[in-house]
Design a binder for this molecule. Sequence first.
Ligand code: SF4
Length: 347
Amino acid sequence: MSTFSKKLLQWYNPNERNLPWKQTNDAYKIWLSEIILQQTRVAQGTPYYLAFVKKYPTISKLAKAPLDEILKLWEGLGYYSRARNLHQASIQIMEKHNGHFPNTYPEILQLKGVGKYTAAAIASFAYGLPYALVDGNVYRVLARVFGIEIPIDSTLGKKHFEEIAQQLLDKDNAALYNQAIMDFGALVCKPSNPLCNQCPFSSTCIALTQDKIQHLPVKTKKITKTTRHFHYFVIHNTAHILIQQRMQNDIWHGLFEFPMIETIDHTLPNDTKSIFGSNKKLSTTSSFSFKQELTHQTIHAHFYEIKLSSLPRQNTVVIHAIKRDLTKYVFPKIIHSYLQVRLIYLT
Ligand code: SF4
C-alpha cells in the first residue's frame, strides 16, 4: 500500500461521513445515490435518495413506474435527463440482466446514464472491484498533494489523473479507499479554505509548501454563461389555467410551463400572436420575476398573470389544467418557486 493510501485510510477511520448509502452494498441503491448526487450537494440529494429508496425499493418497481411519476419525485433536483436515464437503465436491467444489477465494470458502464466515474463507484462500493474514482474531489486532492499542473479538463490531464488514481488505489480495500478520498476532498481539501492545519499530508503537500492552493487544480476552459429571458403568461379563469409541455430540444425537456415567449432582454414583447392566436394588448394584473442559475445558463423568468372570463381554446400544445390539480404536473424549479408564492392567489 502506498504511503498516500495509508495516511488517507488512517485519516478516514475516525472522520468518515455517515451517509445513508454507505450503509448498504446493494448495487441498486448505490447506483440511485450516485445518479442523484451528480452535480448535487449531499445535503440537497439525501432527501431525494431516501424518497426514491422508499417509493422504489427494487429495480423492478422503478422499471414499472410511469416516467411522469419518477419525474415528479425528482422535481426540484434539476438535470432531469438523470431521472429519464434512471428509468431507461432500470428497464435495461430488467430486460438484459433479468432484473439483477450487473456486477462487472464493463456491463455497468453500458447502463444508460452511467459514465466511468459512476461505474467505478458502483463496481467498488457494491462489489469491491479495484476501480479508482476520479471526480472533482479526486482531481483537487491529487493535483494539490502532488503538485500536478496538467489541466484537468484536457484529454492528457484526464488520462494522467486516471492513471495516478489507479496506481494509488488500495486494491484490497477499493470501496474504503474510494470513500476515503471522496470524504477527504469534501471535508478537508475543500475547493476554498482547505483545512491544511488538520491535514495528514500537510508536511509534504506541494500546493501548501509552494503556496499554490488557489492555483491547483488547473483548468483551461472557463464556463461561459448565456442569459435568457422567458416571459410566462399565466392565463387563467376561475377553474383552469393554461399550461404546455416543453418538447423542444432544450433545457427542461418534457416538463410543464405556462405559454411563453423568449426574448433577448427583460422587455415584454408586443407580439403576442403566438400565445393568443391574434395580437392582443396585454392587461396583466400582476407580474413577478425569478432567476435561476444553471451551469451554462442564467434564466430570468417573468410571469404575467392574466385573468380572462373565457380562455383561448386548447390545442395540441396548450392544455387547460384544473387549478387545484396543478401540483400534479412537473414544473422546472423556477416555475415551482413562482407557484409557491402565487398559487394561493391564483386558486
Ligand atoms: S495540505 Fe491543504 S491543500 Fe494540501 S492536501 Fe492537505 S488540505 Fe489539501
